[in-house]
Design a binder for this molecule. Structure first.
Ligand SMILES: NC(=O)C1=CN([C@@H]2O[C@H](COP(=O)(O)OP(=O)(O)OC[C@H]3O[C@@H](n4cnc5c(N)ncnc54)[C@H](O)[C@@H]3O)[C@@H](O)[C@H]2O)C=CC1
Ligand SMILES: CC(=O)C(=O)O
Ligand SMILES: [Mg+2]
Length: 370
């Protein structure tokens, strides 16, 4: 199979879908690898690093899309990339379709087979291709939130760790999964007073067992959420219902109850965001204010630390990419129900129920396509 990796074109996105190490494994497995020139540069990989592993460098994304059987990327294909997809081509990347009707329409029209990293599952109920980027985004969230809290950036002027004689900042994390846990650990490490809310009592029990000394937990009823939010300096949105649009947990009307200059970091923005006033921003212009409350809503946070993120993502995607290349998507998905859970679009049909529900589009059961 010819595996193609274009350069990412989302603003300030420096990650790359294929590392030289992954190119090496694909080539050892008998595949051809083509990479757009400069694709790895933002993550610290030169064209020569790919050439040394036996890959071919092509001058444009159009060349890569035209030749490749499978396109491996990081971010959802942008409009110009979607036009280059063709029937029968395999796309393996993040998609986040539930909040994105335009992308969904284009992917359906392309006739391509699209497997979304974020809905591939594992035996323990986890999302193994989302998890590494959730770890990164979770660890970044208190860092970007702390910066936003500084007065010159529109925040309340609160130092998360406080100082002797002055209480630390209060951080509330809504959603105690991968993002939430990593965010809470870092915020606690910075000296903040941290509470994590979740709707899953088993998850709260786990967090209490493991991190009980570092941060507090609370059940995410609407009343608890607002009571804690009203006292918070920073609120980190980290909820997920896999594949689905994020539930809205703080409405615009409720913003006036928060502290002026409080900071909302909506990590769940790639699934539409969990605050009513969230809209996706970029690393170029990440922060905006609504009713005196600062919002940070960057949908590709891990792109800011492209080297760490590319290596972490590459480790996780490698075995799935090799299975897809060695067996073709159908056999690979027959052999692995977790990979089949990643299938979102095939040959003009939507195959992921939560996306269909969010967008009002009929879906087909992916198992019937094998
Ligand atoms: N903005 C960015 O750059 C990035 C965004 N993300 C996004 O972050 C979000 C969280 O991802 P993960 O932590 O990996 O998911 P996860 O599945 O590990 O955790 C989600 C948690 O939310 C909880 N939850 C669901 N509904 C809730 C509600 N109404 N109230 C309170 N808790 C609720 C679940 O019980 C679960 O513990 C996803 O939308 C993911 O796509 C992930 C990486 C990067
Ligand atoms: C998960 C995701 O959307 C990202 O890493 O950008
Ligand atoms: Mg994202």
């Amino acid at each position: 199979m010819i595996i193609g990796c274009p350069k990412e074109i989302k603003p300030q996105e420096f990650r790359v879908g294929l590392t030289p190490a992954a190119a090496h494994e694909a080539i050892v497995n008998g595949h051809e690898v083509i990479v757009e020139t400069g694709a790895g540069i933002g993550a610290g990989f030169a064209d020569e690093d790919y050439i040394a592993e036996g890959a071919t460098i092509l001058p444009t994304a159009a060349d890569v899309f035209a030749k490749a059987d499978m396109i491996v990327k990081v971010k959802e294909p942008q409009a110009v990339e979607r036009k280059m997809l063709r029937k029968g081509q395999l796309l393996f990347t993040y998609l986040h379709l539930a909040p994105d009707p335009e992308q969904t329409k284009d992917l359906l029209e392309s006739g391509a087979t699209c497997i979304a990293y974020e809905t591939v599952t594992d035996d323990r109920g986890g999302l193994p291709l989302l998890a590494p980027m959730s770890e990164v985004a979770g660890r970044l969230a208190p860092q970007v939130g702390a910066y936003t809290l500084q007065k010159a950036n529109g925040g309340r002027g609160v130092l998360l760790g406080g100082v002797p004689g002055v209480a630390p900042g209060r951080v509330v994390v809504i959603g105690g999964g991968v993002v939430g846990t990593h965010a809470a650990r870092i915020a606690a490490g910075m000296g903040a007073d941290v509470t994590v809310l979740d709707r899953s009592i088993p998850r709260l029990r786990y967090l209490d067992d493991v991190f009980g000394k570092e941060f507090k937990t609370a059940y995410a009823s609407a009343a608890n959420t607002m009571e804690l939010a009203c006292e918070a300096d920073m609120i980190i949105g980290a909820v997920l219902i896999p594949g689905a649009a994020a539930p809205k947990l703080i409405s615009r009307a409720q913003l006036s109850e928060l502290k002026p200059g409080a900071v909302l970091v909506d990590v769940a923005i790639d699934q539409g965001g969990c605050f009513e006033t969230s809209k996706a921003t970029t690393h170029q212009d990440p922060i905006y204010e609504v009713d005196g409350v600062m919002h940070y809503c960057v949908a590709n946070m891990p792109g800011a630390v492209a080297r760490t993120s590319t290596l972490a993502l590459g480790n996780a995607t490698l075995p799935f990419m090799i299975a897809l290349a060695n067996k073709g998507w159908k056999q690979a998905c027959k052999d692995d129900k977790h990979l089949l859970n990643g299938l979102n679009v095939h040959d003009g049909k939507l195959t992921y129920a939560a996306v269909g529900e969010a967008l009002g589009i009929e879906t087909v059961d992916p198992a019937t396509l094998l």
